[in-house]
Structures are given as C-alpha cells and as structure tokens.
Write a protein that binds this ligand. Structure first.
Ligand code: CUA
Length: 313
C-alpha cells in the first residue's frame, strides 16, 4: 500500500471495526469500478479495430445487453452490498445505548471540549483536544456545538458525524488496535477550520482504566509560582485545572496539559516555548481563536506559566 494510504489519519488503514467496513466498501466499489472501466476500454478498442459494419440486429442486442442489462445488474449489486453494509458502518445508538461508555464532544471555535460521562450521564471530568478510548469496547460519542457546525472525524476508527448547534448526534465507534491516531474537523467552520485537530489514543483496557482514575484524581500540583501567576493574570476566568482554584469553563480545561500531544488543538507540538507563544498571541498561531492575547504580560511571567502548564501531568 502506498504511503499516503497508511498512517494515523487514513481511512484505508483502519484501527476500528466501523473503519474496517468503510475500507472494505471502498475496495469493493473500487473493484466494481475497475471492472466496468476495463470492459468499456475493451469495447472501445474492439470498436476501433473492427472493419466490417455491424448488423442492425447485432447493434440492438449490444445496446440492450451492454447499455441496459449490464449496468443495471452491476449497479444493483453494488448498491445492495452498500445498503447491506450500512448498519455496520454507521451504527446509530439512540435509545438502546444503555451500558455503553459515553463521551461528550463539543465543537468549539476552534477546539474540542471532551467530557467523560458516568453511568447516569453525570460529567466525571473534562478534557480538551484529546480523546482516549479503550480497545475492544464500543464507545458512544455524543456530539454537539454551541454555535457553528463542525464535523467529528477519526478516519482510522470510522465515518464522520456533524456537530450541529441545538441537537445531539450520536456516533458509536469500536477501536480494535491500540495506538495513537489523529482526528480532524471535516466541516468548514471558520478561519481556523484546518487548524482544528485532536489526538486519539486507543489504550488497552487496563491502561484506560488507570488513566480514567488518574484523571479523576488529578491534583493540579506543580510549580506553585507558575500556578500563582496563572491565577493572578486571570487565566482561570476561562480555564480550569482540577485540584486548583482555576474553574473557568469558557476555554479548554488544562488539567494534565503536559500529557497532551499538541498546543492549540493540533496546531503546535507541546513544547514550553510553543505554549508561551500561544499565550502571547493566540490569534497569530490560530486565526480567529476567541482567546485574547496576553503579549502585554512580562516575558518572565508568560514563560513561567508555560513551564507550569508543560509540567502538569
Ligand atoms: Cu471545526 Cu471545521
């Protein structure tokens, strides 16, 4: 398989059951299309080389079989196969999703709010721009948005689903291969639509449970001076860090931020200097981001806050 068809963001290199069905459907359609194409080219060559004229009866038969019967049979077969496969590719779960783990993902401008829900729908904890799922367990994503339409897509796990203001769409996915993958926004949502990605970690069940309990008991402990500056400069008006006084809900939750794969929802690698750069001029890294810039703060303070955030585990 060519390089562009494999990797962390390829629907043709599936790591989940739904994505495997999508890939199978693609290859069946590709084969069907290739057979039709080869047939048409063969007839073209035959017609170009044939010297004598066709009889009227032969031409009529050819149009009937080649122009009506054959396309009808092939298209009906491919359509039947696709319709038969559809429930596997897009398993909607509306009322019968009892017992399945639920993760609520909200499309923000331009990042992802991720909430892990308990059995009664209560929020266990919140995170951002990162989704962790257990391997071998089907998870239901509840998808919505407060303002504009986004589309939630993890190509290696399955199909995409729109996030529409005022309603909740549900998408069930089953990861089968542990690994680190990439999800993206698949619906144009504004200037930073292309800078709206997230990390997907499919973990072995025990590792997933360990992470869940670690996240639920996160202390927020770290560089205390960095935390003091974070609070002093008002970061907590928008951001929360579990175990601290920071309880803002407008922006991404920053608990265990140091563990995340990126800064700014897939925009920059998670390095101290990138965090500092984002704090100073978010709009320069991510045009249209709602976070105001803090370039007026003393450099030493911004650097210290960035060091604190990078150290949060
Ligand atoms: Cu969000 Cu495109």
């Amino acid at each position: 398989m060519t390089a562009s068809c494999s990797g962390i963001q390829s629907a043709l290199d599936p790591a989940g059951r739904e994505a495997a069905d999508v890939a199978t459907l693609f290859f069946v359609m590709l084969t069907g299309g290739a057979v039709i194409w080869a047939g048409v080219v063969a007839m073209l060559v035959y017609a170009a080389r044939k010297r004598r004229a066709h009889s009227e009866k032969g031409a009529g038969q050819f149009i009937l079989w080649g122009g009506a019967v054959m396309p009808t049979v092939i298209l009906a077969a491919l359509l039947s196969y696709a319709v038969w496969l559809m429930p596997n590719v897009r398993p909607w779960f509306q009322d019968e999703d009892g017992g399945l783990r639920r993760i609520e993902v909200t499309g923000e401008q331009f990042w992802w709010r991720v909430r892990y829900l308990g059995e009664d729908g209560e929020v266990l904890f919140e995170t951002a721009n990162e989704v962790r799922v257990p391997v071998g367990e089907r998870v239901v994503f509840s998808l919505t948005s407060p303002d504009v339409i986004h589309s939630f897509w993890i190509p290696v796990l399955g199909g995409k689903m729109d996030m529409i203001p005022g309603r909740e769409n549900r998408l069930a996915l089953l990861a089968e291969k542990p690994g680190t993958y990439r999800g993206v926004c698949a619906e144009f949502c504004g200037t930073s639509h292309a800078l709206m990605a997230f990390t997907v970690l499919a973990l072995e069940p025990q590792a997933f449970e360990d992470w869940m309990s670690a996240r639920r008991n996160a202390s927020g402990a770290g560089d205390s001076e960095g935390l003091a500056l974070f609070l002093k400069h008002g970061c907590a008006a928008c951001h929360a860090i579990s175990g601290t006084e920071a309880r803002g809900t407008i922006g991404p939750d920053l608990t265990a931020f140091g563990e995340r794969g990126s800064v700014g929802a897939g925009t920059l690698a998670n390095e101290q200097e990138h965090i500092a750069r984002f704090i100073r001029y978010p709009g320069e890294v991510k045009p249209g981001a709602l976070m105001p810039h803090f370039g007026m703060l003393p450099d030493a303070d911004v650097d210290r806050i960035a060091t604190y955030l990078k150290g949060l585990k």
